[in-house]
Ligand binder design. Structure first.
Ligand SMILES: *Cc1c(COP(=O)(O)O)cnc(C)c1O
Length: 490
């Protein structure tokens, strides 16, 4: 298997090189060259454990002639990532809620779905380093709207030969998210607030990748979902959901299954599209946005236009105006040449428009909707009262969109739940019309109110000592990175 850049079909790399590099030299993202020969063995799905599903997906996406050639090495990597890290054996348990199913992706060490990928990414990087005989220290640069940061820090903390720098928007994350990051004690970790929003942080990181001259002893890489090593592990839970529903007799083999995905950078939902390309019977993939509804407008009109106000919402991990992974969908739907042209337009004018037939092809699978904070809170409240099921704000956005688009669909639907309600406890408390003093108090009061177990990772978070105190202007990010590298590499 080879990977190519979304902006140039001829710019190819081995999977391990794509993982090491994160982003292609021309600024594009890496894509598997073909899905034709990587069909998932659906007939074995119900016999597989969650880890075996993950192993199968990874060996299909990356092949076995580059990474994981050694017998048992893939199984070992997956075990290192998942054993004992999640509450229970399963990284993606399903719950029935009303007529739909919720795939709970938040039982990992930082209580958001990003753990599923970010516990595995360090293992993929270690393997990629090994097969390419890379001796340099790898520095992971990451921009986060909240959840990537803590999940990446948890995954990479004290991993040999790797350093990690996380940038987050100062006023764009919850106090709990901020404390999860700033209390990280890994010796190789560095956390820094940006005076700006998530897009500023992400653009800053992208420009550092494009322009920074780093010392020879260092290589920069990314833990954002622009890295294919971050995307690949997410494909597994789409298959797993299908397998669980087969086992429960809710669907029969071949039945189409819908997924509703709370979306920001478009990584999670794109993994669903990858699963479909690998043979999963998918009906619709529904992209759910909050008030930053740039993706909703794109799917409605074919025009992507980031020239609009940025809103800080109660589902902050989806407060994004440039959804990087959409580029991968464009490369598949329109080809790399058109994709490169659209990305150039986006950079220069902040927008681009697809041709009618390109949009029509995409709309055969994708649909979209959005929920503002009011609808989000209403949903949390109503679903808790009706079903006793507690959901966080991101999941509630998706649930609202499910009700708007699919409630009457003949196919069954899985709504992806991307964070624990406790990670956004203040918002959930407000939605439930209950009072609290601050973010940390909200956690305890939410438990007192609902009796739903607090995840161990968040229990006692208020007492965790802050060890990272950095804040920089967005224009000073590069200098900050240089200082970290300088300090660290010599
Ligand atoms: C990151 C995140 C999302 C968005 O996922 P993308 O892959 O960026 O689309 C949604 N919900 C939560 C809780 C997240 O942390």
């Amino acid at each position: 298997m080879q990977y190519f850049s979304t902006r140039n079909k001829n710019m190819t790399k081995k999977p391990s090189e794509a993982i090491l590099q994160g982003i292609a030299d021309d600024g594009g993202l890496y894509m598997p060259e073909s899905f034709e020969n990587i069909t998932f063995p659906m007939e074995k799905l119900t016999e597989m454990t969650p880890k075996q599903i993950s192993e199968t997906v990874l060996s299909l996406l990356f092949g076995r002639d580059d990474m994981f050639k050694e017998e048992g090495s893939l199984e070992k990597a997956v075990s290192l990532a998942y054993d004992g890290k999640f509450d229970g054996e399963d990284y993606a348990p399903l719950s029935r809620v009303g007529d739909a199913f919720v795939c709970e992706l938040y039982h990992g060490p930082t209580c958001a779905f990003k753990d599923v990928a970010l516990q595995l990414l360090p293992r993929l990087l270690a393997e990629a380093k090994k097969v390419n005989d890379v001796k340099e220290k790898i520095v992971i640069l990451t921009a986060t709207s909240g959840d990537t940061g803590s999940a990446a820090l948890s995954g990479f903390s004290d991993v040999d030969g790797v350093g990690i720098i996380v940038f987050y928007p100062k006023d764009g994350v919850s106090a709990v998210q901020e404390r999860q990051m700033t209390s990280c004690r890994g010796k190789n970790t560095c956390v820094c607030a940006i005076e700006g929003n998530f897009d500023d942080a992400q653009s800053g990181v992208k420009s550092i990748f494009a322009t920074m001259e780093v010392p020879e002893s260092v290589r920069l890489s990314s833990a954002n979902s622009i890295n294919i090593g971050r995307l690949a592990p997410q494909v597994a839970y789409y298959f797993k959901s299908y397998g669980d529903l087969l086992k429960a007799g809710e669907i029969a083999m071949g039945d189409l299954l819908n997924f509703v995905v709370p979306t920001g950078n478009f990584g999670d939902i794109l993994a669903g599209y990858f699963a479909m390309q690998m043979g999963l019977p998918v009906g619709k993939l529904i992209c759910a946005s909050n008030r930053n509804s740039v993706l909703y407008d794109f799917f409605e009109t074919g025009t992507y236009d980031r020239n609009r106000d940025f809103h800080v919402t109660k589902s902050p991990s989806m407060d994004i105006l440039i959804s990087s992974n959409l580029e991968r969908l464009l490369a598949m739907a329109c080809g790399t040449e058109a994709c490169a042209a659209y990305m150039k337009e986006l950079k220069e004018t902040g927008k681009y428009s697809l041709k009618k037939e390109e949009l029509a092809a995409i709309r055969e699978v994708f649909d979209a909707g959005y929920a503002d904070d009011k609808a989000t809170f209403e949903t949390i409240n109503r679903i808790y009262r009706e079903y006793g099921y507690l959901m966080d704000t991101h999941t509630a956005v998706a649930w609202h969109v499910y009700e708007k688009t699919l409630a009457k669909d003949k196919n069954k639907t899985v709504v992806l739940s991307t964070a624990s309600a406790y990670k956004f406890a203040s918002s959930v408390m407000t939605a439930l019309e209950a009072s609290y003093a601050d973010d940390f108090d909200a956690l305890e009061k939410l438990y007192a109110l609902t009796g739903v177990q607090i995840p161990s990772a968040l229990d006692g978070i208020r007492e965790k000592e802050i060890v990272h105190h950095n804040t920089v202007a967005k224009d000073d990010m590069a200098e900050f990175v240089m200082n970290f590298i300088g300090k660290d590499a010599v």
